[in-house]
Design a binder for this molecule. Structure first.
Ligand SMILES: Cc1cc2nc3c(=O)[nH]c(=O)nc-3n(C[C@H](O)[C@H](O)[C@H](O)COP(=O)(O)OP(=O)(O)OC[C@H]3O[C@@H](n4cnc5c(N)ncnc54)[C@H](O)[C@@H]3O)c2cc1C
Ligand SMILES: *[C@@H]1O[C@H](CO)[C@@H](O)[C@H](O)[C@H]1NC(C)=O
Ligand SMILES: *[C@@H]1O[C@H](CO)[C@@H](O)[C@H](O)[C@H]1NC(C)=O
Ligand SMILES: *[C@@H]1O[C@H](CO)[C@@H](O)[C@H](O)[C@H]1NC(C)=O
Ligand SMILES: *[C@@H]1O[C@H](CO)[C@@H](O)[C@H](O)[C@H]1NC(C)=O
Ligand SMILES: *[C@@H]1O[C@H](CO)[C@@H](O)[C@H](O)[C@H]1NC(C)=O
Ligand SMILES: *[C@@H]1O[C@H](CO)[C@@H](O)[C@H](O)[C@H]1NC(C)=O
Ligand SMILES: *[C@@H]1O[C@H](CO)[C@@H](O)[C@H](O)[C@H]1NC(C)=O
Ligand SMILES: *[C@@H]1O[C@H](CO)[C@@H](O)[C@H](O)[C@H]1NC(C)=O
Length: 581
């Protein structure tokens, strides 16, 4: 089974994207001198959510001048709201996601917390974010601006056929590769993980320097906002409304007719002559469906929401990849210095600004995927072994992410302020069987959804996690040329399976890939929320198109598969078929 994937640095950014609102709404409220409620505006398609899926589908629909498209997005333009922190790779962790759970930026982060976890102790959940992409996308342009800026020992090989034909989204290898990244191939080979120059064709076995959604012209992040939305705003009549929060999908006789939205305290409507497309992401798409009457009858009735379509699995089947790892001090320059040494950071900022390179140009140092080797299998219980064939034979169990900083403790905390350089071999579980859920705590979208990832609750996941943790230590054993002292985190005194498991539960974070909460499937399947054309069961003229629609979470990074889904559904709509069953 081939999914294109991969990653890129765990950066982030925002989600939103949407346009500097339209003239009519400006007149109506934003800049007007009265506080009139903005008028109801009519479109053919109203898309809720200007994230990865929403902007991709909106831009593709708007290419047809006969289709009137509006996107309503709760956030704003991330480069404006968050500046450097949203676009410079090296600032992603410290300035974008924050260094601890009290350090959040409401313009870019919903700051949802998970329910308390029996299988894990981390409760923080950043969501409102974004993206990088990769993948065999028709939408991409892949290039490296200037090979001369890359270290000689950090060149990459790739298969150009895996990339798109000049679409607006830019993908490239960053100019500056963290020294730790150049050291990774050797220990990986020593433990049996080969170099792979072709993740983008769908072969996930092996390791590589990561490709990013970075524009090589300025080394800034290339997001769906910068690519799809900006291009669509120049070439089409698309309307993108920012700071517009969808409160409810409106129905007439079970046919979606529009969306009730709010800006500040004003409520108004965006009317859809043809369809409403819900692309609010893995948490808020199921929430919006539920408050609009689509979901488990019992839950809806509990909150006095009248039931339009009783679909028990709305919000169920949530997948995400948990991540944890081990960290050592190293004798190389790492991004630990950016927070420890103001002079180093200032020089790095000047270098980035002037030359588009240097430590601020670096994200994740190295990535790879692995199918756990047979020797490890021998240690698994029969019960766990019997679950492994759940996934296709070429589906890896773990992803290995090497970072030039401390990244194991919820991945987001700042490094120790002790002037040492650190690196982390982090491992994400990509074949888990634990499933979480999203539900509501009220009938009002203003109250956050209740998110329960339920990590490490399936016994097989627990065994794989412990084996994966030990795998990170095996990789370190082949890096003695660069390490200083023994393992720093969690430390060599964590040795028994019970200690390892306890540490994993205490420190795990998310790679931020939540999916599956409005899964696609066949009519009559109790787990299915939408059909193969993403049309919600039990109502008309409503589709759900985003990460929630995926009935399984790919082992690689999801952005490209979310985009492909959006692309597919846009084609389905443009080929003239309507959203009625
Ligand atoms: C920190 C972070 C790093 C990541 N790194 C990578 C990576 O390296 N590679 C990769 O492939 N993937 C990565 N991902 C995952 C990827 O970003 C998501 O899988 C993808 O964006 C999901 O797309 P989506 O359209 O389902 O949701 P989103 O892109 O989240 O879009 C949903 C949008 O809906 C808006 N919205 C929600 N509710 C409402 C409402 N009521 N009214 C109006 N608007 C609303 C949100 O503001 C958001 O803009 C990362 C995610 C995060 C958070
Ligand atoms: C690659 O080059 C950089 C800078 O010259 C250096 O810091 C790093 O250690 C080198 N990597 C290896 C594996 O020699
Ligand atoms: C909804 O149903 C009512 C009663 O059957 C009917 O009068 C009305 O026209 C219907 N509206 C739509 C949009 O189909
Ligand atoms: C639902 O409605 C009933 C009857 O009006 C009321 O007693 C109850 O408090 C409501 N429940 C919620 C959650 O609003
Ligand atoms: C961020 O942007 C400002 C200009 O607005 C620039 O002076 C500064 O150096 C940038 N910071 C980094 C880390 O590049
Ligand atoms: C990059 O920019 C810095 C800071 O302006 C400068 O000192 C340095 O010489 C530049 N390096 C290259 C290779 O151009
Ligand atoms: C596990 O399965 C193997 C092969 O089926 C069997 O020989 C072995 O006894 C089983 N072990 C346990 C503990 O049940
Ligand atoms: C991880 O972070 C938590 C919360 O800040 C802290 O209590 C814990 O000690 C950290 N664990 C490690 C191994 O650093
Ligand atoms: C490991 O050592 C650290 C530091 O000395 C200590 O804080 C921690 O409690 C020890 N953990 C275990 C499981 O022994």
């Amino acid at each position: 089974m081939h999914f294109s994937t991969h990653i890129i640095w765990i950066l982030s950014a925002i989600p939103l994207h949407a346009a500097l609102s339209t003239r009519e709404s400006q007149r109506g409220h934003l800049f007007g001198n009265s506080f009139r409620v903005p008028g109801n505006a009519f479109y053919d398609y109203v898309i809720v959510g200007g994230g990865t899926a929403g902007l991709a589908i909106a831009a593709r629909l708007a290419e047809d001048p006969s289709i009137a498209v509006a996107v309503v997005e709760a956030g704003g333009f991330y480069e404006i709201d968050n500046g450097n922190g949203s676009v410079i790779p090296g600032l992603a962790v410290s300035q974008y996601t924050g260094t601890d759970r009290t350090d959040t930026q409401p313009l870019i982060n919903w700051n949802f917390l998970t329910t308390s976890q029996n299988g894990a102790t981390i409760e923080r959940w950043n969501t409102r974010e974004e993206k990088r992409l990769e993948g065999a996308l028709r939408a991409t342009t892949c290039s490296i601006s200037d090979y001369s800026k890359r270290r000689r020992n950090a060149t990459v090989a790739y298969n150009p056929a895996a990339f798109g034909r000049g679409g607006p989204l830019r993908v490239s290898w960053v100019n500056w590769v963290a020294p730790v990244g150049t050291w990774a191939s050797k220990p990986m080979a020593a433990v049996g993980i080969r170099d792979n120059s072709d993740f983008n064709s769908g072969d996930l076995a092996g390791g590589a320097l990561p490709l990013s959604t970075i524009n090589p012209v300025n080394e800034h992040r290339s997001s769906f906002q910068i690519s799809f939305l900006n291009e669509a705003m120049q070439k089409t009549d698309i309307k993108a409304y920012t700071q517009v929060f969808a409160q409810r999908i409106l129905f007439e006789n079970k046919t979606a007719t529009g969306v009730l939205v709010s800006t500040a305290r004003m409520k108004y409507m965006r009317t859809a002559r043809k369809e409403v497309i819900c692309s609010a992401g893995a948490f808020q798409s199921p929430q919006l469906l539920m408050v609009s009457g689509i979901g488990p009858r019992e839950t809806l009735e509990h909150y006095n929401i009248s039931v339009l379509s009783d679909l028990p699995a709305v919000g169920q089947n949530m997948w995400d990849h948990p991540i944890f790892g081990t960290s050592c001090r190293v004798n190389l320059q790492t991004s630990s210095r950016l927070i420890n040494d103001p002079q180093y950071a200032a020089e790095a900022a000047a270098d980035f600004l002037k030359n588009g390179t240097g430590p601020y140009d670096s994200g994740t140092a190295y990535i790879g995927w692995e199918k756990i080797i047979p020797e490890v299998h021998k240690k698994f219980t029969n019960a766990t072994l019997s679950t492994l064939p759940t996934f296709p034979p070429d589906w890896p169990e773990i992803e290995i992410i090497i970072q030039d900083r401390v990244g194991s403790n919820n991945s987001r905390r700042g490094d120790p302020r002790d002037s040492h350089d650190y690196a982390t071999v982090a491992i994400a579980l990509v074949s888990q069987l634990s499933r979480g859920s999203v539900t509501i705590s009220s009938a009002d979208m203003d109250n956050p959804p209740v998110v329960n990832p339920n990590w490490l609750t399936h016994p097989a996941d627990v065994e794989v996690a412990v084996a994966a943790f030990r795998r990170s230590r095996e990789i370190w054993q082949h890096l003695s040329d660069i390490t200083i002292g023994p393992e720093y985190l969690p430390g060599t005194n964590i040795s028994t399976d019970a200690e390892v498991l306890h540490t994993i539960r205490q420190t795990l974070g998310t790679v931020y890939y939540a999916a599956g909460t409005c899964a696609m499937g066949k009519a009559g399947d109790l787990n299915a929320i939408v059909d193969s054309r993403a049309r919600a069961f039990g109502v008309n003229s409503l589709r759900v198109v985003d990460a929630s629609t995926s009935s399984l979470l790919p082992a690689g990074h999801p952005q490209s598969t979310v985009d492909m889904l959006a692309d597919n559904i846009a084609d389905d709509i443009k080929s003239g078929r309507q959203g009625k069953h």
